[in-house]
Design a protein around this ligand. Sequence first.
Ligand code: PLP
Length: 383
Amino acid sequence: MNRHSRIFLSPPHMSGREELYIKEAFASNWVAPLGPNVTAFEKEVAAYAGVKGALAVSSGTAAIHLALRLLVIGQGDIVFCSSLTFIGSVNPILYLGAIPIFIDSEPESWNMSPKALEKAFKWAQQTGKMPKAAVIVDLYGQSADYDALLGICNGYGVPVVEDAAEAMGSTYKGKACGTLGKFGVYSFNGNKIITTSGGGMLLSDDAEALEKALFWATQARDPAPWYQHSEMGYNYRMSNVVAGIGRGQLTVLDDRVKARREVFKRYKEALRDIPGVGFMPEASYGQANRWLTVMTLESNQTSITPMQIIEALEAENIEARPVWKPMHLQPLFAECMYFTHEDNVSISDRLFSSGVCLPSGSSLSVDDQQRVIDCVKKCLTSR
Ligand SMILES: *Cc1c(COP(=O)(O)O)cnc(C)c1O
């Protein structure tokens, strides 16, 4: 056993109010799926984000699946998607039998590069392989550059699903992340900025589309007195108990954003002067929630690698992780196409090989963070 307690990458951080909503659910025996907490949570999230409606579901991945089905994605269709992301952005494309084509990041925000996207569209136009949708990710809680990206997608008439699973509480030019595409998605998985233990939300201004998604998410049950089905559905709804956790968490979301940004600031101040150390930049067009603080190591300035940092931290009972392995490098997608930011330069490859995600929880104490900082410093200055 290590003499120190474990420091996790991004643990759940309850406010205490969650239990009030859960107690209510138990008192009224709403321990079933659906119920008043679900309806209220949807309304509260929609109001927070500034959209017409929201649908609470069992995961962020389920919400992306429903969004893509609403866009009539089917067998053999092409969907453009950020390469630097978590697999949850892409699996729904496969569920529908569609083909992902991956788009590189830009160095300014680490999100989808408008330059690479434009290249992909030019290729699609020339070959007659136009995508039917684009999934754009707000990586590590930072908004992508939607004016540029939507300008391109709208020009080609292609709708956008905003995967804001990591970006609840972040903004783009004053607008909430999750509201910038035709559909937006949040995740309440255990490691996200707020959590319901597991869950997700689909957001849109299109009330009719959300009605349809609700129908599919509840096994596509026809309005008949018996169990009748004309379409394929899913069991994707959020339970009333889980939604109670979400309602409690939502009341402290802004505090959580503030705390994670403070965590980032302390890392940056403590480590930025070490040669070769950098951090994920914050684009001037918005405010990131700094879900995770990501440090980079320039290989021409330091011989220490991200994996060495991760191992050194693990030896101190501290959890750290590499940056997402880009989708175009995954064995699952070996056959898929990929468009880079510059010819022969893949930004996402560079970020994958140079990045480390540091413990970033909103409950991380200054003392615990100092343990992380000391360990990283020691590792970087030891040779
Ligand atoms: C977490 C995450 C998802 C999936 O959300 P789940 O609720 O875990 O299904 C999708 N995309 C990104 C970028 C994520 O980080």
